[in-house]
Structure formats: C-alpha cells, structure tokens
Ligand binder design. Sequence first.
Ligand code: UD2
Ligand code: MN
Length: 580
Amino acid sequence: KNRSEASFSSLAQQRATVSHTNHILAGGLKSTKISLNAKVQQEELNQRHTKALSPKDSKMHQVLRIDQTLSPRDPKAPGQFGRPVAVPQGKEKEAERRWKEGNFNVYLSDLIPVDRAIEDTRPIGCAKQLVHNNLPTTSVIMCFVDEVWSTLLRSVHSVLNRSPPHLIKEILLVDDCSSKDYLKDNLDKYMSQFPKVRILRLKERHGLIRARLAGARIATGDVLTFLDSHVECNIGWLEPLLERVYLSRKKVACPVIEVINDKDMSYMTVDNFQRGVFVWPLNFAWRTIPPDVIAKNNIKETDVIRCPVMAGGLFSIDKNYFYELGTYDPGLDVWGGENMELSFKVWMCGGEIEIIPCSRVGHIFRGDNPYSFPKDRMKTVERNLVRVAEVWLDEYKELFYGHEENLIDQGLDVGNLTQQRELRKKLNCKSFKWYLENVFPDLKAPIVRAGGVLINMALGKCLSIENTTAILEDCDGSSKLQQFNYTWLRLIKHGEQCLAPVPEQGALRLLPCDNRNKGLKWVHKSASAFRSELVDHIVSGNYHELLCLEGIFSQKTLKVAACDPKKPYQKWKFENNFEV
Ligand code: UD2
Ligand code: MN
C-alpha cells in the first residue's frame, strides 16, 4: 500500500506481467459499453466523410515511411534494429556504476547509435491506412531533468528521423533546471545543427507539470505533442496521432507505449488491446480488454482504443483545446497525478482519450525516478492526488481516501482549489458518476463498503436506534431504524448521523458525522481471506486500547469492550457487502 511501490514507476513490472492481468476484467466489462467502440467508429466514419467532402482536403495519403530502418547508417552497431545488447566483458563494473545516472543501463545507451533503427512493430494494416494531406502541425515538447546524454539525443533523433518534416513545427526541449554540466555546456551546440530544436532553460526546478506548461506557452504548432526524454518514436508514429486530433479537436491521442528494456536496451513490443485505467487510490494501471469482448465486438488490432486514463507522458492534444481545458492544474508539483487530472478533465468536459495502435513509441521504464524530489516523493504524489480527488471525484473521493487510510487525518496542506473548482463549473463538466458509468463502467466503485442491517453473529440480533442510543433488537430488514452504512472513511452511518462509543456512559450513541473525528471511526476486520463477508470485530479507533463493539446477551443493549478474538458477541456482519 506504499505509494512509492504502487505508483507509476512500477509500470515496468506491470508491463512485464501484463498478460497475466487479463482475468481482472473478465466478466466485468459490459459488452454494451464496449460496443460504444463500434458506435464511435461509425461516428468517425461520418466525420471523416464530411471532412473529406470539403475540396481543400479531399486528398489523403498513406503514412510516409520516413526512416532508415532498412539501411541504417551502421548496420553492425550494437543495439541496431532494437536488438538486445550485452555489456562487454570486463565492463560490468563500469556498467553497474553508471546505472544510477539514469536508473537504467546508461553504459549500453552510450554504446548504441543515437539514431539506431528499430523494428516496425505496427500491426498489419497500419502502413496502408490513409491520413489527410493537410494535418495540423505540432510542437513536440520534451521536458527533462538531468537526462542521460545519449538517451536524450536518441529521443530527439527518433522524432527528427521518423516524422514528416512539414508536420514538425519545432521540438521544444525544456530543461527543468538540470545540474549536469554536459546538459548546460554541450546541448546547445549539438542541437544547433537542427534548426527546429529549441531549448528552454528553467531557472528553477518546476517539476514536469509546470515545465510542460512552460513549453506549451512558447509553442507555435497547432497541436502539442508531449514526450518523455527517454523515448524512441517508431515509424509512422506521428501522422495517426495528428489525424485523430484533425478529425476532432477534442480527441487526445496517445501512442501505444512500448518498452525499451532498461537492462539490455532492446526495443520490445507490447500486447495489443491495452487500456490505461486507474485502481484505487488513483494509481495508474494497464488492463487488457478481455478476449471475449474483443471477439464479440470484432475489435481489430488497428482499432482505436478508448482509454479511461492516459499513462501521462506521451500524447498529442490540440493546443487551443488544451488551453480551453485550463491546461494542467498548475498547483500540481514535480511528478505524478497530472495524468489523472487531465484524463478526468478531458472525459468529463466533453473530450476523449484514445490509444492509437498504429502509433508506437518506445519508453524506458525505470524502477525508480533517477532525480531527487524537492520534497518527499510519496508526500508530493499524495498531495497531487488529493488535489485531483478534491476537484474531480465528487462523492467518490471517499473511495480514494478510504483506500489511503491516514491521508485525511494528516492535515495535509493541499493549497487553494478555488480556481480548479471554478474551472470545472465554467466548463460545465459532467459528474464523476457519469465518467464511471460511461467511460469506465467496469470499475467497481460502490460508494459505501457495506450496509443494511448489522447483525450480531452470536445473538442473531440487529443493531437499532432508540432515541439516539444504540440498542439490539430482533432483525427487521424493513425497519428504517436498523439501516446502517459502513463507509470508506470508516464511519458507521445511520442517515446523516454516525455511531460512536461513549465508554463513560457504557453506551453507544449517534453523533453528528465528521470525517476527521477519529472517535467515530470503526475498523471492520475481516477474518476470512475471501472478504466476501464482513464478519468479525468492529474496532473503535479513538482509544489507546482497542475497543470492540459487543452485544450483551441478557439485555437489549450493547457496549464497547476490550477486543477479544474469542468473544463471539463481538462478531458482526452487515447484510450487504459491496467491497471489491
Ligand atoms: C509517467 C509518465 C510521465 C509522467 C508521470 C507522472 C509515461 C511514459 N511517463 O512516469 O510522463 O506523466 O508518469 O507524473 O507515461 N521531469 C522533469 N522534471 C521533474 C521530473 C521529471 O522535467 O521534476 C521529466 C523527466 O526527465 C521525464 C519526464 O519528466 O522526461 C517524465 O518523468 P519520468 O520519466 O520520471 O516519469 P515516468 O515515465 O516514470
Ligand atoms: Mn519516463
């Protein structure tokens, strides 16, 4: 549950195990929702048709093959064609020592050509697809802090060598206050051979979110294309992205992110049919569309995939649309959460996020960020996510906090949210509920964890309310007095009131709910590994000694008492359990 383990940098591992995660969606995805895909495609055909009728852009052409894959400069060089490379004998120590410069095999990166060829990994059919002749131009924006020299160069070369020149307005390298001398002294000189490359130096560390915004501000292309600084763009990567934005300016187009292996620098393709999603508490994850859904809807490898959440690093967005959306929340710091923010904003405010299978870009996934965080890494990401949750999640933010345990009690300073909330109003954005139902229907997001009558397992009696005091009664599911909800924030709610122990009076009462009041919190411990039922002890969190809710046999009443796993009167079960 550690954020640093769970967050994005473990994406490399998630990638590696990606085919094992297929089952997670199985059965969960409603076919009616996925078939939206088919509907969307029909709409697109119509759009394409209408657009194609206008005389100025009636012509389309095949994606150009701009690349020297078939005859690279030095075909024998190590790593050529994206092949794996081994560290030469006797160089192991050096390679090991240099690993930490980038948290990948920096030694090998330096060994392979900065303009190596990689295999064309696009699905069959991509090369034959047509794009419009008059696609918008783009500014490619790459932010970096202390990026490895050869890796940064390779990223830039891959853009220059594999993009139609007339579509690249400029490549903006935003130096987020790097400390490495080679980036200060040599970069301008090296890049001066490429007139399209501009370098923007930030005087202080802004973090990738505000660094991207600094790049966007000076960009002159129609479309912004963001990339990380350790990527290799594959053949024909750009046109399909720009084509989507061209078809609708509210489409945000992402390439398939392939893997540049951090150990041997090989270029590895990934499974098709993957969507970006989130899992609680707002961690990014990849999920494969289940095979039966693919079969039933006849989804092809080249079909565009609607994507609830973007990975974050690589995407094209219409520049004006990006500004209409209010860009990123500039209050987000350094790294993390901005992909959630933009994803929710795009979907909820009328846009779409898509993965375009014919566009493929390799990325070095690393086990850990190689640069330092000005503040604690985990706190930074958490704070960013709290900002996102507070602005976009509506009532569902309880699920976020509920999975994050202590967050809400930390008295975290998340900064001012007024502007972001006003922006959401101004843009007339839909609710998070709408997003879940329409964009991510397979996510289980029950607002409460458990509810209905709360049964004492030993006595078979149910919790009820008399005046404001809790009592035990014969169970009656139709009685309003016996209805309770157990929420993600660990409250046992009866309507708008909350159950609280008052040990001084030896009783339990209803008090006004307050998310931050520890005295109102209950931990419902589950003994069974299945968690299909919430059975077992209910522990109150306010006292040094753990207190458990206990039914009293002879009387119609209950109390809190020292927890004892052997006491049957302390075992409780909610009628309904929604936990997933
Ligand atoms: C992923 C995204 C990344 C970003 C991040 C969440 C992909 C492939 N990558 O993490 O783009 O969305 O999730 O925030 O989807 N950088 C700066 N200043 C900083 C920190 C980073 O300029 O203070 C640069 C860094 O050099 C790199 C880019 O920002 O080029 C992204 O950082 P990363 O590669 O460490 O993030 P990654 O790929 O783990
Ligand atoms: Mn990255």
